[in-house]
Design a protein around this ligand. Structure first.
Ligand code: CU
Length: 164
């Protein structure tokens, strides 16, 4: 473990919450990138990529992923469910403080970015403690698209793809 990872881990342990996802810089949540693929007016077309969960060190965990909408209409992420927790909420991070939100927009031709330091999925009162190498199944619920099942590979506690 390098010094930076060790420090980050120590900090997350000290904080007791292990939610590195709830701290640090606030990168924006909804950047847009326009897609050239054909889109149907009025219909969102969603794809999930880059999903992961840092290995939790308490009974709290965070989930990160990117939802890309190549369709012709916006959608909204309204809730998340999983057998990992009965208490799952979606959070935005502003000024290093996280706030629960009711939903996240997924703009037509844009993305919803849930990444470290920014918006994220939060799991409380975990029913088990997933370990690195395992997978956690979750269901994302969208206003128009309905349910999308996603697997979150469990990564090391300090994992951050933006810093690879
Ligand atoms: Cu949070």
């Amino acid at each position: 473990m390098n010094r930076r990872a060790a420090l980050a881990l120590a900090l997350s342990l000290a904080a007791g919450s292990a939610l590195a996802g709830c701290s640090s810089d606030s990168s924006g949540s909804a950047s847009t990138s326009h897609s050239v693929s054909a889109s149907v007016p009025g219909v969102p077309k969603l794809k999930v990529s880059g999903a992961f969960m840092p290995q939790p060190v308490s009974d709290l965990a965070a989930g990160f992923l990117v939802v890309t909408n190549s369709g012709g209409a916006a959608d909204r992420l309204t809730s998340v469910t999983s057998d990992l927790s009965d208490s799952i909420t979606i959070h935005r991070t502003e000024n290093q403080r996280m706030t629960e939100v009711k939903s996240f927009a997924v703009p037509a031709g844009g993305t919803l970015d849930l990444r470290r330091g920014g918006s994220h999925i939060m799991f409380a009162k975990l029913t088990r403690r997933p370990e690195q190498g395992q997978k956690v199944s979750i269901e994302l619920h969208f206003e128009k698209t309905g349910l999308l099942k996603v697997e979150l590979p469990v990564k090391e506690t300090t994992y951050n793809p933006a810093q690879q």
